[in-house]
Write a new protein. Structure first.
Lengths: 242, 255
């Protein structure tokens, strides 16, 4: 069953097309990669689907709710925004409890959810420490925990491994795979990194300058190109720069 | 617990536990201590009548309390934009109206703290003339109207701006414009001068308070001076409630 359906989704800023006619579907339990160079429209696509921005054209449904019901959509999604900020003075546990309370959970449920999620992302021992003392990797894991606080049907992760060392990246990717496998959630993973896509994604959307260049299973997109890297460079026109 | 209450509780915790609240209130209490000392000294030398000393303290408490409320509320949305924490808040199902009301309620706690801190000073200056209790209640009623109204305007500036500095500067400029005429020594008591006093929520609030505390008029005699503080409070909160979905956005001015 499709948990995301986008049809002709557009976003214009004046004369500039940030996103131009994005059409795709994603199923429950699927990890779908959103790949593209800087300025391709990945973050815009995520902000439209998460109801942070209003589209200038097209329609979409997320978790069974149409785009004109943002309140219902937000109840059913979890998001790790690009370059997410964290309140430096709150502890990790307090941050998650607050998020859970905003999703309507009782104090007791919010406390239980915070403890469970901190354990899931390996932050139990630092639960009471201020977020300002966390490393970048710990903050990213906390952000993923926050995205799961409402047991979402669809999870959007915007460049979750940005700035992490290889060990940190590996941990985050394992968490992402686990979210899709164990929770049955659809995961939309926006990234620059092709190896990440090959490691955890089932299918792929390649965007370039706001336009969808390719969509489908990775093997299909690679086709006769030999590797995802070659296919990506060809589809985004970057192979002609050499 | 409703969403606005959850937001207000967390914002208040952020302000008071490890935040700027205690430092600001500490500075404020030092200011009140200095003024109380000077007023009490002057009173001993018959420079300042006791009721005038209480009135002076109320005016300082109101002016500084409103200043701090505006400074806190001007940070509420633009500050979160700058720190990158607004998007996570907008991604929750909490209604935009609940977010603005929760944030305004949390900002108003600094005004209430200013009032509570001022009470002992009012008691010291008002001993013997039974003016301290009346002054405290008067400050609570009139000051809350002004603090909510101007705090609400500070929040609107915050929603309109992507920069914390811009919203703070706009809020402080507004306060300066409203406060400066109250310090003019020879503002005419009729015609244009009185109009200026009446349309200025700070000027009319301070005038009303001095009429009750110093001129010993009853609370109901000059109630029309409370029209502009009441209008600014209702208008600011109303505008926030009505326009919240358009004001509380990831970036000011874009959809």
């Amino acid at each position: 069953m499709a948990t995301i359906e986008a049809s002709g989704l557009c976003k214009r800023y004046g004369a500039r097309n940030a996103l131009d006619g994005l059409t795709f579907t994603a199923d429950a339990g699927e990890v779908i990669g959103l790949l593209g160079p800087n300025g391709a429209g990945k973050t815009t696509a995520i902000r439209l689907l998460t109801t942070i921005l209003e589209p200038t054209g097209g329609t979409f449904t997320v978790a069974g709710f149409p785009g004109d019901q943002p309140h219902q959509i937000r109840q059913r999604i979890g998001v790790l925004p690009e370059s997410a900020g964290y309140p430096a003075r709150q502890s990790g546990a307090e941050y998650l409890r607050y998020a859970a309370r905003l999703f309507g959970q009782s104090r007791r449920d919010a406390q239980a959810a915070a403890e469970r999620l901190l354990a899931d992302v390996g932050l139990s021992e630092r639960a009471g420490a201020r977020i300002s003392t966390y490393s970048r990797g710990m903050k990213q894991r906390l952000g993923i925990a926050r995205a799961l606080v409402n047991e979402p049907a669809v999870v959007f992760l915007d460049e979750p491994t940005l700035g992490l060392d290889p060990a940190g990246q590996s941990e985050i990717l394992a968490t992402i795979a686990d979210v899709a496998r164990r929770r049955g959630a659809t995961v939309v993973l926006s990234t620059h990194t092709l190896t990440e896509v090959e490691r955890v994604c089932d299918s792929l959307l390649i965007l370039d300058r706001g336009k969808l260049r390719a969509a489908g299973p990775i093997a299909e997109i690679v086709g006769g190109a030999g590797s995802l890297s070659t296919a990506f460079l060809h589809l985004t026109g970057q192979d002609s720069h050499d | 617990m409703t969403s606005w209450n959850v937001v207000a509780t967390q914002e208040s915790r952020d302000l008071w536990i490890g935040g700027r609240g205690p430092v600001l209130i500490f500075g404020y209490s030092i200011l009140l201590s200095a003024i109380t000392y000077l007023a009490a000294t002057n009173r001993a030398m018959n420079f300042l009548e006791q009721r005038e000393a209480v009135n002076l303290m109320v005016q300082v408490a109101l002016a500084v309390g409103v200043l701090l409320t505006v400074a806190i509320s001007a940070d509420t949305i633009s500050g979160e934009r700058e720190r990158g924490t607004l998007e996570a808040l907008l991604l929750t199902p909490a209604p935009r109206r609940a977010i603005v009301i929760g944030k305004l309620a949390a900002a108003a706690t600094i005004w209430l703290a200013c009032l509570i801190v001022a009470i002992p000073y009012l008691w010291v200056l008002g001993r013997g003339v039974s003016g301290a209790g009346q002054a405290a209640v008067l400050t609570l009623v009139v000051g809350t109207l002004v603090a909510v109204g101007l705090g609400g305007l500070g929040m609107i500036f915050s929603a309109w701006s992507n920069s914390n500095r811009t919203s703070l500067a706009s809020g402080l400029l507004l306060l300066l414009v409203l406060f400066a005429p109250t310090q003019l020594p020879a503002l005419p008591k009729t015609g244009f001068g009185q109009l200026l006093t009446r349309i200025n929520p700070i000027g009319s609030a301070l005038h009303y308070i001095s009429q009750v505390l110093v001129a010993r008029r009853s609370w109901t005699q000059d109630l029309d001076y409370l029209i502009s503080p009441l209008v600014i409070a209702v208008a600011a909160v109303g505008a926030l409630l009505i326009a919240a979905p358009r004001l509380v956005r990831l970036t000011a001015g874009t959809r």
